[in-house]
Each structure stands twice: as structure tokens, then as C-alpha cells.
Design a protein around this ligand. Structure first.
Ligand SMILES: [Zn+2]
Length: 385
């Protein structure tokens, strides 16, 4: 089964040779891209879709989300927007609700947000655990997530579990021992919230190296609230990404620039938006030579958006990114943060994951903030909305 999408006004391929094509066409065959080029030379296909001059982009790759959760933190958000500061402790509210939820409730929740993301053009999603914080609840979270995505991350080290409030060392022992044993079979990555109030540099190192020894790839919640050791640790351990990167020293920026092919700086502007905090300086990272990804950080506490177009608009408006850079960071950047070479671009052989915009160019994602521009989405070659 082949599908020809013709009359594409602007086709962002993220391919260094193909670039952005105008008056373009693309052919999908099975779950792959079979052909990309000029409308005039497009081959025939079983099915033909007229894009009527609309833009087509690779599906967004959302490389950082926390979608296995239950409950609601409207009151906390409301309080924060009325002048109270955000602290990492709010996570424990969601932990209690998540533990109390049934498997079916957690599964229905993740389904709901995956659908929401798909409608906004996101075709690949990474999901973390981190709201269970017991051996059974963390393993359950990853099992449920793994039914929906291959990009699953063990985040038993989100915060110290409430039962271990007075014994953080014993919790680290659990996270690097029995909990890791139960979670590793369902996870591809290991992550830690390296931050004041969560885990310090030594604890984070112990957790990440234990995960690596079990075959997991490290990624780090780094330098979100303070200028801590997270970024340096991520680079030193060859992590796939250092996520947040909001408070960076010159040495941190240099380390991310030097590690540009290994460790991606993943920026999560939804978190700063929803906590009324200062945004990360994407311009500084890009000018230094770092590889940058954009992601939603979708979670019920600090960033309850599932919208990559929203993150793109904020990144362009407030983080110094050009529209091109922001859309590339939300597609190819996310793919690099997940070490995926089959998504985030649209060249022959790539996965047929793409979004059509009700706009002539991907620049409209920033130019028309808050407008639902995604008009059609293909995932693995199938039109899903
Ligand atoms: Zn996060």
C-alpha cells in the first residue's frame, strides 16, 4: 500500500541534502517514507492526498514526559499563580494519587494524553515512571507505559519516597537495587532528578551508574531550579540528554557544546511557563554548538501541556530560537535525545511519521501561537487523525 501526498506547499525534511522543499510531494510505503521530491516528478501511488499547498513536517518527537499518573494539581497551580513558589515536594501529591489508582485508570490516562499529543502532531513519545516510588508501583508504571511506547524511562529517583524521608541513603539503595531489578526489563533509560530537594550529585551518580550496569541509557533532570552538578554528570556519563538546562554556568554550556553529538540539551519551556520561572537560554546553547531538543515535560504538576506547538511558540518568543531552530529541535532534536535515527526527519527509509499543517509553512507554528494548525497526522504510514 502506497500513499502519495501531493501539492505540499512546504516540506520540512530535516535531511541535510533535501532541506525544505517547496511544491513538493512525498510517497509513503508501508510504515516508511519511500520517496521525497518535486511535485512534478512524483511517482504514482495507490492512494493520493492533495495537500492543497499546506506544509508538511516530520511528526514531533516528545522526548520527555511523565504520563503515568493519576490525580490533579489544579489547586497547587492556582496557588503558585497566586504568588507561592514551586518546590519539588509537590510530586508527592501525585505519588499518593498514582499509588491509589488501578492499572486500568493509569492506562486510560496515558491513552488520553497520547491521543491528545497525536492530534497536535506528536508521533513519538518518551514516558517516565516516577510517581510510584515503591518497587511494585515503579515496575507497574513502566509496564503500563511500555504497552504504548518503546521509549520508557525508569525514574524511581524522581524524589525520595515519603516512607524514606528520614533515610535517603536507604532509598538510593532501593533505587539502585531491588527497584532497578524490577524496572530494568521494562525500561530503555534511567533518569534522576538531580536537584536540591531531590538527589545530589553523588546520589545521582550512584543511581545512573547502577542503571548503566543494567544496560539502561542514562538521561538526567539537570539544572532546572539551581546551578547544580547535573549537566556535568550527564556529560561525563555520556547521557543521551541533560533535561531542563535552565541554570547553566559557562562550563556547563561548554560541556554540552563539546558533547553535542552525544548528550542533547533538552529544553522544557512548559515547566518555566507553568512555574512562572525564567526560561532556559536556547540561543546561548545553540551559539556555543550544543544540540538542542524541545519537549513538553508533560506532567500534572509543573508543566501540564501536551502541546509541542505551544513549546515551539514559547521557545521562539522567549528563548531566542528562530522558528526553523525550534521546529527542528521539536522533531530531529527529540529524535537525537532518544538516539533514534528513524524518526524526526523525512527522507527515504525514515519512518512515515508526519504532520500536515493548516498553514503554508512550519513558521506558522510560532507565528500563530495557540491555534490548532495540525490538520492531519500519519504515524507509521497510517493516517491516524
Ligand atoms: Zn521531567
Amino acid at each position: 500500500m502506497t500513499t502519495l501526498i501531493t501539492n505540499i506547499g512546504s516540506l520540512l525534511t530535516n535531511d541535510p541534502e533535501l532541506g525544505t522543499l517547496t511544491n513538493a510531494a512525498i510517497v509513503l510505503e508501508g510504515d516508511r517514507v519511500a520517496w521525497v521530491g518535486s511535485d512534478l516528478s512524483a511517482p504514482a501511488a495507490d492512494e493520493r492526498v492533495d495537500a492543497e499547498g499546506r506544509a508538511v513536517i516530520p511528526g514531533f518527537v516528545d522526548s520527555h514526559s511523565h504520563l503515568v499518573f493519576a490525580g490533579d494539581r489544579t489547586a497547587e497551580f492556582n496557588a503558585r499563580m497566586s504568588g507561592k513558589a514551586y518546590t519539588a515536594g509537590g510530586i508527592r501529591t501525585t505519588v499518593a494519587a498514582t499509588r491509589a489508582a488501578s492499572d486500568e485508570q493509569l492506562d486510560a490516562n496515558i491513552r488520553r494524553y497520547f491521543d491528545e499529543m497525536l492530534r497536535q502532531g506528536t508521533t513519538t513519545v518518551e514516558v517516565k515512571s516516577g510517581y510510584g516510588l515503591t518497587v511494585a508501583d515503579e515496575a507497574r508504571a513502566l509496564r503500563i507505559a511500555a504497552a504504548h511506547t518503546q521509549e520508557t524511562t525508569y525514574l524511581g529517583a524522581h524524589v525520595v519516597a515519603p516512607e524514606f524521608a528520614d533515610a535517603p541513603a536507604a532509598y538510593v539503595e532501593l533505587v539502585t537495587g531491588e527497584m532497578l531489578d524490577a524496572c530494568a526489563p521494562h525500561a530503555r533509560y534511567v533518569d534522576v532528578f538531580c536537584e536540591r530537594g531531590a538527589f545530589d550529585g553523588d546520589q545521582a551518580r550512584a543511581i545512573l551508574t547502577a542503571g548503566v550496569a543494567r544496560g539502561l541509557t542514562p538521561r538526567v533532570h539537570a539544572n532546572q531550579l539551581t546551578q547544580g552538578p547535573g549537566v556535568q554528570l550527564a556529560v561525563e556519563l555520556g547521557a543521551a540528554s541533560a533535561d531542563h538546562c535552565t541554570h547553566l554556568s559557562d562550563e556547563d554550556v561548554k560541556a554540552l557544546a563539546d558533547a553535542h553529538a552525544t548528550t542533547v540539551a533538552t529544553l522544557l519551556p512548559g515547566a518555566e511557563f507553568s512555574t512562572r520561572a525564567v526560561y532556559p537560554d536556547a540561543r546561548r546553547l545553540i551559539d556555543a554548538g550544543a544540540t538542542v531538543a524541545l519537549s513538553t515535560d508533560c506532567n500534572p504538576g509543573s508543566s501540564f501541556t501536551s502541546s509541542m506547538p505551544f513549546c515551539i511558540a514559547v521557545a521562539v518568543r522567549d528563548m531566542g530560537m528562530t522558528p526553523d531552530e525550534a521546529v527542528v529541535a521539536a522533531t530531529l532534536g527529540g529524535a537525537r535525545a532518544l538516539r533514534r535515527t528513524d524518526v524526526g526527519h523525512l527522507a527515504p527509509g525514515a519512518r512515515a511519521d508526519l504532520a500536515m499543517l493548516d498553514a503554508p509553512s512550519h513558521v506558522h507554528l510560532a507565528y500563530r501561537p495557540g491555534v490548532p494548525l495540525v490538520s492531519a497526522v500519519w504515524q507509521g504510514g497510517a493516517r491516524v487523525c
